[in-house]
Design a binder for this molecule. Structure first.
Ligand SMILES: Nc1ncnc2c1ncn2[C@@H]1O[C@H](COP(=O)(O)OP(=O)(O)OP(=O)(O)O)[C@@H](O)[C@H]1O
Ligand SMILES: [Mg+2]
Length: 260
């Protein structure tokens, strides 16, 4: 559904993300992980058309999209839930959903409430008065009324308690089960790896690791080392387990400290 190849993106002509290659299949949930400032939001913005890439190619459902503006990409089925959630605080939940549904309100609203039943009790409340978790559900719901081919969610659980995250992340699986590809940035690495199919780790604007969630869960030492951009620690871990730094896949690794 999404193919990003050798993406370079940044601001004022300066690259902060380099050589990033990411794919998301139809019905697949993929996480983009990495520490603060790694370039996760920058990558998502390029995918959603909010930032013109400096290089590389992006395609959605087979059509080249790099450099197309966000409103064009929205029509082509790319929906972004931004970090700040971007809901209308003074409108009710229902009004927020209807604005996004533009005309096809009834069916779409029912679909969204099916996926996010907690929103039913919020329909007539102003979005600004909802809890953080409810607001995030609404933000995801708003993105879903357009029946996107690709759903892109930045910082799914920013400021939310783990118990709320545990409720929200599986919604992405339900969305994917309807054929949508999902790309999510998630700070709760362990919770994300329970839900997603695959993940990429980005540090300092470059991909340092990728794999199935199962593999990343089992290679926690290498994941932790790459996540924190500690290349030497990663190499030590690989060396101490008899592998080579070039082919960490082969190395059985000891778990290290807990990830965030
Ligand atoms: N509008 C901007 N203008 C200039 N530099 C920016 C801009 N937005 C982000 N950057 C820089 O680009 C780099 C990557 O930022 P980005 O927001 O993509 O990181 P991130 O991985 O999403 O981090 P976080 O986890 O904190 O959200 C950072 O060094 C940041 O300072
Ligand atoms: Mg970010």
């Amino acid at each position: 559904m999404l193919e990003v190849t050798d993406l370079t993106a940044g601001y004022n002509g300066l690259a902060v993300v380099r050589g990033v290659t990411v794919t998301v299949g139809r019905g697949e949930v993929v996480a983009l992980l990495g520490p603060n400032g790694a370039g996760k939001t920058t990558t998502l913005k390029a995918v959603a058309g909010l930032l013109k890439p400096l290089g590389g190619t992006i395609s959605v459902d087979g059509a080249a999209t790099a450099g197309r503006p966000a409103h064009v990409l929205a029509r082509r089925g790319v929906a972004l839930v931004p970090e700040d959630r971007a809901i209308f605080a003074d409108l009710t939940t229902r009004e927020n959903l209807r604005v996004a549904a533009s005309g096809k309100a009834k069916d779409r609203e029912a679909e969204v409430l099916d996926l996010l039943p907690e929103l039913r009790k919020c329909l007539n409340r102003k979005a600004g008065l909802l809890s953080g978790g409810e607001q995030q559900m609404l933000a995801v719901g708003r993105a879903l009324v357009g029946r996107p081919k690709l759903l892109v969610v930045d910082e799914m659980s920013l400021g939310l308690a783990p118990v709320v995250v545990q409720r929200l992340l599986p919604v992405l699986r339900d969305v994917a089960a309807r054929g949508t590809g999902v790309l999510v940035v998630e700070q709760h690495v362990h919770l994300a790896l329970e839900v997603v199919d695959r993940a990429y780790v980005l540090t300092h604007g470059r991909l340092v690791m990728e794999g199935t969630a199962e593999r990343l869960r089992s290679d926690e030492g290498l994941l932790a080392a790459s996540y924190f951009g500690d290349q030497r620690a990663a190499e030590r871990l690989v060396a101490s387990s008899g592998g080579s730094a070039e082919s960490p896949e082969a190395a059985p690794l000891e778990p290290r400290g807990p990830l965030p």
